[in-house]
Design a protein around this ligand. Sequence first.
Ligand SMILES: *[C@@H]1O[C@H](CO)[C@@H](O)[C@H](O)[C@H]1NC(C)=O
Ligand SMILES: *[C@@H]1O[C@H](CO)[C@@H](O)[C@H](O)[C@H]1NC(C)=O
Ligand SMILES: *[C@@H]1O[C@H](CO)[C@@H](O)[C@H](O)[C@H]1NC(C)=O
Ligand SMILES: *[C@@H]1O[C@H](CO)[C@@H](O)[C@H](O)[C@H]1NC(C)=O
Ligand SMILES: *[C@@H]1O[C@H](CO)[C@@H](O)[C@H](O)[C@H]1NC(C)=O
Ligand SMILES: *[C@@H]1O[C@H](CO)[C@@H](O)[C@H](O)[C@H]1NC(C)=O
Ligand SMILES: *[C@@H]1O[C@H](CO)[C@@H](O)[C@H](O)[C@H]1NC(C)=O
Length: 631
Amino acid sequence: MEMRAVILVVLGLVWLCEGKFVVEMNKLRVSSPDSLKGTYECAIGNFGVPDYGGSMAGAVVYPHTNQDACGSFRDFNISFSSRPRGLPTFLLADRGGCFFTSKAWNAQTAGAAAVLVADDRTGPLITMDMPDNDTAAVYLPNITIPSVLINRSLADDIIKSLAGKEMVNVYLDWIESLPHPDDRVEYEFWTSSNDECGLKCESQMKFVHDFKGAAQILEQKGYTQFTPHYITWYCPDDYRSTKQCESQCINHGRYCAPDPEKDFSEGYQGKNVVVQNLREACFFRVANESGKPWLWWDFVTDFSVRCPMKDKKYNKDCADRVIRSLGADVKKIEECVGDTEADVDNPILSSEQDAQIGVGSRGDVTILPTLVINNRQYRGKLDRRAVLKAICSGFQETTEPAICLNGDIQTNQCLDGNGGCWEDKATNVTACRDTFRGRVCECPTVQGTKFVGDGYTHCEASGPLHCTINNGGCWKEIRDNQTYSACIEGSTSGCKCPSGFKGDGLNCEDVDECKEKLYCQCPECKCKDKWGGFDCSCSSGLLYIREHDTCIRKDGIAGSGWRTFWLTVLGIAAFGTGGYLVYKYRLRRYMDSEIRAIMAQYMPLDDNHGGYMPVSGGHGEAPGQAHHGDI
Ligand SMILES: *[C@@H]1O[C@H](CO)[C@@H](O)[C@H](O)[C@H]1NC(C)=O
Ligand SMILES: *[C@@H]1O[C@H](CO)[C@@H](O)[C@H](O)[C@H]1NC(C)=O
Ligand SMILES: *[C@@H]1O[C@H](CO)[C@@H](O)[C@H](O)[C@H]1NC(C)=O
Ligand SMILES: *[C@@H]1O[C@H](CO)[C@@H](O)[C@H](O)[C@H]1NC(C)=O
Ligand SMILES: *[C@@H]1O[C@H](CO)[C@@H](O)[C@H](O)[C@H]1NC(C)=O
Ligand SMILES: *[C@@H]1O[C@H](CO)[C@@H](O)[C@H](O)[C@H]1NC(C)=O
Ligand SMILES: *[C@@H]1O[C@H](CO)[C@@H](O)[C@H](O)[C@H]1NC(C)=O
């Protein structure tokens, strides 16, 4: 119970002090009947797609049943689809009975082009907001019609005219909903790095990913000046030393964020979110100082992909890796973040808290996320096209950039430092891909071979053909017409240094068999290391026998076994020559088997090639060592 109370106090403070939430308005112009002619104010709903900068004409319909639009019109056999060349239908629906979003969805599915919700109470109009409800979340992203709230007295007048069989024709007009004084639009995005608040966080992150490309182009060309902002709360003095405040706040209760899972005992805590938010704000400052404020979009999107809470990577190390990959200065950002445990103000977060309080027509920022364009709060769905349209409506007429006119963009961000993605310069294989949403880092598929990895620091060819592409990412070297490779043919991935080499497979180096005393160590042996193997020679008159790794005399006095061997061989030769007839006719079979037995004993007939398998031309054919002894 106490925990809840503190959250409420912490959450409520700024709002209670000021409470200056501004209801953003657009205009409703009635063109007929004459009795209603005029311009009325209505409040823009915070979902659907308001037509910022534009206007729509329509004919109002008030259904005879399902007047609150809480049920599906299909169940009542009602359709609002306009006839060809007829005016679009604007559905007038009563407030109450269900979510505003539900009315809009029912109207849209029945073919209406806009919804006018008739307020059911006197007093100022409110902003119709979207509910935090899983059922609504299913259709919420699909609402594309605008919704406005109109006051009861206007609604009653319209209903009266309709009942008298009069056409009620109106324009919904958002032309003046955003100021458009000059050729640059200033806009702010109030956001949070918290990625575990369910659908709301997901749709916010989706927007950031989708909008990034457009945002960066607008910023680079000087059409916009963008500033990200982060809401924090503070802990009342009396609560500062409670566990709740300590887990949700930094700098002794000065800056707080609600616990991501609303559970203080597990997962990440509110203060982790504040610190990351601060880091993102600092990243923006540092990037802005270096003249590249648009890098903020890369930082937050990359951070959300590479360092999510669910993977337990929502931390400084991961953030620093992202910062470095974008070429920003980790030290400067650390300085800006400062000591979050100290009992001091943080200048960045203090100025963010000041900015939360509304100035002039803007009002306090209390909804997350909130977009503020030319100092007015944007209402409607956070969707790339809708937001781009709203921003475009903030340019003085005729000063809009081309992107406002065609809406399609190429970002070409991969050309600049490969967009911070993984690449293999040797083979031109890159994980950077240009999309209309800005660049993404994704391991590619090249010639049917899939690369797997995180796309940022690491991609690796995978599959049976992986050695054909960049040698599977493994070490490979050619010297003196000999190729050695660490790619394991026949497997789907992995690298292993071939024998004669040591290392992790990405880098291999020659083993010095002589120095490491692996071979060629007999007293008469003279060892000489060679790339990928070794040469062994024996002092004069001796012969190196590789299989036994030893030297023997050419005349056969290296031991009694050898003496016997050579004597036997010579004996057999002499005997064989001299007693040719005997050999031929009587002893042939016996001698054959005897020779074979003796030969087999000293010269293994199956050469188990000693394990040194150089690979030539990537085909795995082994030409064998040139020579190991001086025969
Ligand atoms: C409704 O709006 C009209 C015009 O916008 C205004 O004159 C009227 O006072 C409003 N009524 C209420 C009850 O707010
Ligand atoms: C809607 O129309 C169908 C046939 O067109 C009819 O069977 C059904 O009863 C109608 N429903 C209502 C509520 O009028
Ligand atoms: C969402 O709204 C519907 C309809 O009002 C309701 O039945 C449902 O219980 C709500 N779900 C949640 C999770 O609040
Ligand atoms: C919303 O749109 C998506 C794709 O455009 C579609 O797959 C989905 O079924 C729609 N949802 C509803 C509730 O109509
Ligand atoms: C970003 O840089 C511009 C121009 O250098 C400056 O006018 C603006 O105030 C800076 N924004 C922030 C938040 O520091
Ligand atoms: C990689 O691409 C660049 C530019 O397109 C080209 O100049 C270079 O030769 C390519 N290198 C390889 C190995 O294909
Ligand atoms: C490598 O092979 C080529 C032809 O196969 C030959 O001309 C060349 O002399 C060889 N080089 C060495 C160092 O053996």
